[in-house]
Design a protein around this ligand. Sequence first.
Ligand SMILES: Nc1ncnc2c1ncn2[C@@H]1O[C@H](COP(=O)(O)OP(=O)(O)OP(=O)(O)O)[C@@H](O)[C@H]1O
Length: 265
Amino acid sequence: MATSTSSVFFVINQRPIQSPAPFSPKSCYRKLSFKRLHQSHRVSCDYSCVEVRGVSYRPPGTQLNLLNEVSFSLPEKSFGLIFGQSGSGKTTLLQLLAGLSEPTSGSIGIQRYGNDGNPCHSPEPLPPEKVGIVFQFPERYFVADTILNEVIFGWPRLKGSLQLKERLALNLQKAITWVGLNGISLEKDPHSLSGGYKRRLALAIQLVQVPDLLILDEPLAGLDWKARADVINLLKQLKKELTVLVVSHDLKVGSIIGRRRSRIS
Ligand SMILES: Nc1ncnc2c1ncn2[C@@H]1O[C@H](COP(=O)(O)OP(=O)(O)OP(=O)(O)O)[C@@H](O)[C@H]1O
């Protein structure tokens, strides 16, 4: 499998429009567009992409289309940035990607391609358990009194899941090392960590599951310059290993993590 670290930028720019008419994405709503601004490398042989195809979303019981026929493709082990103003539908989209809600129409899946660039077979679903998501201000939701307990808080407590626990335990050390928390005692209170290290811990919690897609919602929000630099350095490392999608209204995230800025077309 040949993949190279690439950066893909998308812009989301729709506002939802109320319509009393029956659902008709093309006619009822302003155009929602994701413009690809820059892709630094094309993959050349067998690879897979997270593919969003013609996704529309209208909350149940409403006539409000929040997303209208959104399509984009994010190659594995690449970094994507979805940029958009407040209210443009970013959070709605990441909730669909994470399986927290279902698209009204369209599909989200993993598409594999052969050496010739043609799809190998039909897209596979993107299971919610293979999507890691770090919401805004994740540290606000820390509940445990130690780093270790915070990481294992959501682990299965049912009998018969020993195998799964063993796998998670193996992944734990890797995740802790990955985010650079290995020099810190796992007995430390997570609330006593610096802002940047709290974000690192939030990432480690997701990385234990080895997600196919890691989504971060506004990862730099509320951080001072030092913590921002800390998180940016970490994301630069992660994008070499994982498929990462960042949702932000802060274009600096893309300009720092991407190899270079491209003009919005
Ligand atoms: N369940 C819902 N019913 C009706 N409207 C909704 C619902 N959920 C979200 N909206 C509206 O849809 C629009 C898009 O919301 P969304 O949270 O996806 O935007 P966003 O780009 O993430 O904004 P922000 O950057 O401020 O978080 C907003 O105008 C919001 O008020």
